[in-house]
Design a binder for this molecule. Structure first.
Ligand SMILES: [Fe+2]
Ligand SMILES: [Fe+2]
Length: 140
């Protein structure tokens, strides 16, 4: 299975969101690469995934509030679902599970890809077209 990489199909045209997504896709790529390399402790990369996902989702939700985004509830539910999933993986790791299955990794990669293409794309369009929407500030 191919490791997820940043690609044109994921570009939404809203620079700050794209910067975040590029970083997130890079972390998922690291998760997958660790699997391929047989890295024994996936704790650090899981921490990075959890922390950055929290930061990114929080940022998007703030941009939605700024831009009076109509679909905030549904979008938030999706974010909460993914964060729960990553949190559960982190807990399993704490209990001694030292690896992720390829099935799990492909689930994470597909979820993010679909979320960007189906949900974030509407948010990016809203931020770019709605005059009342405050465009996201600089990412870190
Ligand atoms: Fe999102
Ligand atoms: Fe996103």
């Amino acid at each position: 299975m191919k490791i997820l990489e940043w690609n044109e199909a994921l570009v939404l045209g809203c620079q700050e969101i794209d910067t975040h997504h590029r970083k997130l896709v890079g972390i998922l790529g690291k998760v997958h690469q660790d699997f391929v390399d047989g890295v024994i402790d996936i704790g650090p990369v899981l921490d990075e995934l959890q922390e950055y996902t929290k930061y990114h989702f929080r940022s998007e939700e703030l941009w939605m509030l700024d831009g009076v985004y109509p679909e905030i509830a549904a979008h938030r539910r999706e974010h909460a679902f993914f964060l729960n999933k990553v949190g559960a993986l982190r807990k399993e790791h704490d209990k001694g599970v030292q690896y992720l299955s390829l099935e799990t990794i492909s689930f994470l990669e597909e979820w993010i890809t679909n979320h960007i293409k189906k949900m974030d794309v509407t948010l990016a369009c809203h931020l770019l077209t709605d005059a009342s929407a405050a465009l996201p500030g600089p990412a870190n």
